[in-house]
Design a protein. Structure first.
Length: 319
């Protein structure tokens, strides 16, 4: 009985602490939000939206459609980006590795913004060792009720084939410091992008001079990003593993196309690295016990991220 009274008292104490507090601070004006990523030999696509006040109860951002965007390459004006739907702006120029790209944007009612990113030169990929192990097969079954029989009829409609892939990528880091990497694994089904990013494990970064730089426990970062502080100018063996599967449709409702896996070793710009690093820290912070995390932005006069990356791509096909 005493415990019940104690629980009731604590509940009433916390319930009585609820109070609606009106915001009396200054409501900030919206800023231009610029987001985009450059890749070599690809059209540059930038999206402009307006920031919103943090107390606004809306789920979407207002796109900015009447802006003026200028592209500079290595400090020289190149062209104006052309407006598309939903706040997107696109270039006709295809940037090249090693170029410094700058974007200036102006729009009525906003302060002008500027962002810059270096499009990295891709690392020299020396060797790729791949081991693919068949893990087993699993039939895809359907269960249809047959009223005449009074029971379920089991039918085989497809077959999953499971594999385990181990891969070592040997690459040479450039001698200049300040290189950043990201490892990405993507799944494609036929000619259409199908399954998005694949889960995988980076076992270690290895150099002959220093041994295992990063073991399994230390490489479990959310976006698999790495700085070359410990292996600058060295030859690195990057070891990773992941599971893969193919599906064969016995009923012909899905095309029995080739499944392919793309492993990408990306050289990413410093701005992209800092954005992913701080965004991961923000996502994994504990509100009550940690300092507020400021997500990195390289857009002066506004907010957002303008990054760049070049990729070594290794493709595995499963028939």
């Amino acid at each position: 009985m005493k415990k019940a009274i104690l629980y009731l008292t604590v509940f009433m104490l916390f319930a009585a602490c609820e109070k609606e507090v009106r915001f009396k601070g200054e409501v900030t004006e919206p800023l231009l939000v610029l987001n985009g990523f450059a890749q070599p030999d690809s059209l540059l696509v930038i999206r402009l939206t307006a920031s919103r006040f943090f107390l606004e109860e809306v789920d979407s951002f207002v796109t900015v459609k009447d802006a003026h965007l200028r592209l500079y390459v290595d400090g020289t004006y190149k062209e104006d980006l052309q407006s598309q739907k939903n706040g997107y702006y696109i270039s006709s120029y295809r940037p090249k590795q090693g170029e410094v790209l700058s974007i200036e944007a102006e729009a009525p009612g906003f302060e002008s913004v500027r962002a810059e990113a270096l499009l990295p030169v891709v690392a020299e990929l020396l060797k790729v060792d791949t081991s693919i192990t068949l893990e087993g097969e699993l039939y895809d079954l359907s269960y249809d009720w047959d009223p005449e029989v009074g029971d379920y009829i089991i039918d085989t409609i497809g077959l999953y084939t499971n594999y385990q892939v181990s891969m070592t990528l040997s690459f040479r880091d450039p001698p200049t410091p300040g290189d950043y990497y990201r490892v990405v694994v993507k799944h494609f089904y036929g000619k259409e992008y199908y399954d998005g990013y694949y889960d995988f494990t980076v076992e270690n970064f290895y150099t002959a001079e220093m041994g295992d730089l990063l073991g399994p426990a230390e490489t479990q970062n959310e976006y698999q990003i790495y700085a070359d502080e410990l292996f600058n100018g060295k030859t690195v063996d990057l070891k990773l593993s992941f599971a893969a599967h193919t599906y064969r449709d016995y009923q012909g409702e899905l095309p029995n196309s080739t499944t392919s896996i793309q492993v990408q070793l990306q050289n990413i710009s410093p701005s992209y690295y800092l954005y992913l690093k701080t965004f991961s820290e923000y996502n994994n912070s504990i509100d009550f016990f940690s300092e507020p995390i400021q997500v990195f932005s390289n857009v002066s006069g506004g907010i957002g991220i303008f990054g760049a990356y070049s990729s070594n791509v290794i493709e595995l096909k499963f028939n």
